[in-house]
Design a protein around this ligand. Structure first.
Ligand code: ADP
Ligand code: ZN
Length: 226
């Protein structure tokens, strides 16, 4: 294999509806391959918490399960990609979500002399997403994800990773909002699967199975795409 190809920072995209497991898998890939997870959802929630102008505008849209404007999201992602730590490679989790965002990403990467190694579609059934999302929580200290039915901490009430005892649930993880988020996914994001397929970088992974098995399949794709 060409040495230059191997040293070029990886750019991976995770596509899939809310609840598909993008965040869980992105964090595992981050640990295993030293890539940086860039979640626009996390960046937006940070902007909301910080009370910035963009955050204030985003909050109402997020609470309703809609998509935040391309303008805001692209600006947030551009700023984040400009930070040094992303130079070793990134996993985009929750971006792009619209064709305008996909085109903006192409331009940003071109400016940086980078290209997309793989766009991985996590394939799941909508019906299962409501259960997945309504049972999930994260450690308030380290962000590790848990699920009431699928992934409880080994010792009840204590985070496996950091020992923290406080857990939080997202405001938009409720049955009503999930329906809007799934609808937004199908209307605006699912078409990106064909976009990346036509570019020859699409990889599909069955994401209905067990977390470890899905992580294994993703790992193989990352190794092959580097
Ligand atoms: P999920 O994928 O489970 O819905 P995220 O944390 O990725 O969770 O996103 C939460 C919310 O943040 C979305 O419902 C949307 O309102 C907003 N959001 C995140 N990423 C984007 C994006 N790329 N474009 C527009 N809105 C976004
Ligand atoms: Zn923790």
């Amino acid at each position: 294999m060409d040495a230059q190809v191997q040293t070029r920072p990886a750019v991976l995209i995770l596509l899939g509806p809310p609840g598909a497991g993008k965040g869980t898998q992105a964090r595992m890939l981050e640990e295993r391959f030293g890539l940086v997870q860039l979640s626009t959802g996390d960046l937006l929630r940070a902007a909301v918490a910080a009370g910035t102008e963009a955050g204030r505008e985003a909050k109402a849209v997020m609470d309703a399960g809609g998509l935040v404007s391309d303008e805001i999201v692209i600006a947030i992602l551009r700023d984040r990609l400009a930070q040094e730590d992303t130079a070793s490679g990134v996993i985009l989790d929750g971006f792009p979500r619209t064709s305008a965002q996909a085109e903006a990403l192409d331009r940003l990467l071109e400016e940086n002399g980078q290209q997309i190694n793989a766009a991985i579609s996590l394939e799941v059934e909508d019906a299962a997403m409501v259960t997945r999302i309504s049972g999930r929580s994260t450690c308030a200290t380290c962000g590790e994800g848990y699920h009431d039915s699928f992934k409880q901490p080994e010792k009840a009430g204590t985070c496996d990773k950091c020992g923290g005892s406080e857990f939080k649930r997202r405001a938009d993880d409720n049955v009503e909002t999930v329906a809007s988020r799934l609808a937004a996914y199908h209307a605006q994001t699912a078409p990106l699967i064909a976009y990346y397929e036509s570019r020859g970088v699409l990889r599909r992974v069955d994401a209905m199975g067990e977390i470890g098995a899905i992580a294994g399949a993703l790992g193989e794709i990352v190794v092959a795409a580097r």
